[in-house]
Design a protein around this ligand. Structure first.
Ligand SMILES: CC(C)(COP(=O)(O)OP(=O)(O)OC[C@H]1O[C@@H](n2cnc3c(N)ncnc32)[C@H](O)[C@@H]1OP(=O)(O)O)[C@@H](O)C(=O)NCCC(=O)NCCS
Length: 147
């Protein structure tokens, strides 16, 4: 399996949109309508942070993405998604590693993210060195990694 990570391009946006929609439907179905109403805001965020949006490609197929943004003195992982057919092959780990490297290259020593307590993505983050530091909005767990 030849995995390639590259910066996002505008033609990735439909796949990213579908990934975000799949996440909402799987994990926050009650929020889908609100998410859709905020679509313009989400799109603006993706485009404004295009240089922090990384895409995973396997054999020329779109396989996943992640996006981070600067939030005060931390680099926050806003979203990460691997297409279902490609999960548990290390792509999520590769995307988290790429985010950590890019954030540190931009001078951030604090990396942070939020995750639902029942989302096994927690295990991915813990394996990557993130530590739970409490809970925040909607009881999402807050994780940080320093270094
Ligand atoms: C979370 C997600 C990005 C993980 O992507 P992935 O490519 O499957 O992750 P990896 O293969 O790199 O997993 C690395 C490690 O994380 C842990 N892990 C990842 N997914 C897991 C799962 N569903 N159950 C248990 N452990 C899991 C495991 O330790 C795994 O190592 P292993 O496969 O050797 O056991 C993917 O499941 C996804 O897109 N989920 C939907 C979107 C989402 O929930 N994003 C997170 C929002 S906070």
């Amino acid at each position: 399996m030849a995995l390639r990570l590259r910066p996002a391009c505008v033609t990735d946006l439909p796949s990213i949109y579908r990934g975000e929609q799949d996440y909402i439907r799987r994990w926050e179905p009650g929020h889908e309508e609100a998410w859709r109403l905020q679509l313009e805001r989400h799109l603006t965020c993706w485009v404004e942070n295009f240089d922090r949006l990384t895409v995973a490609i396997i054999e020329e197929q779109f396989a996943g993405y992640c996006l981070w943004t600067p939030e005060q003195d931390c680099a926050e992982l806003c979203t990460i998604n691997v297409s279902e057919a490609y999960r548990r092959r290390g792509i999520g780990q590769a995307l988290v590693d790429a985010y950590a490297v890019a954030a540190r290259q931009h001078g951030f020593t604090c990396l942070r993210l939020s995750v639902r307590p029942d989302n096994p993505a927690r295990l991915l983050y813990e394996r990557a060195g993130f530590v739970c530091v409490g809970s925040g909005a909607n009881d999402y767990l807050r994780y940080e990694s320093q270094g």
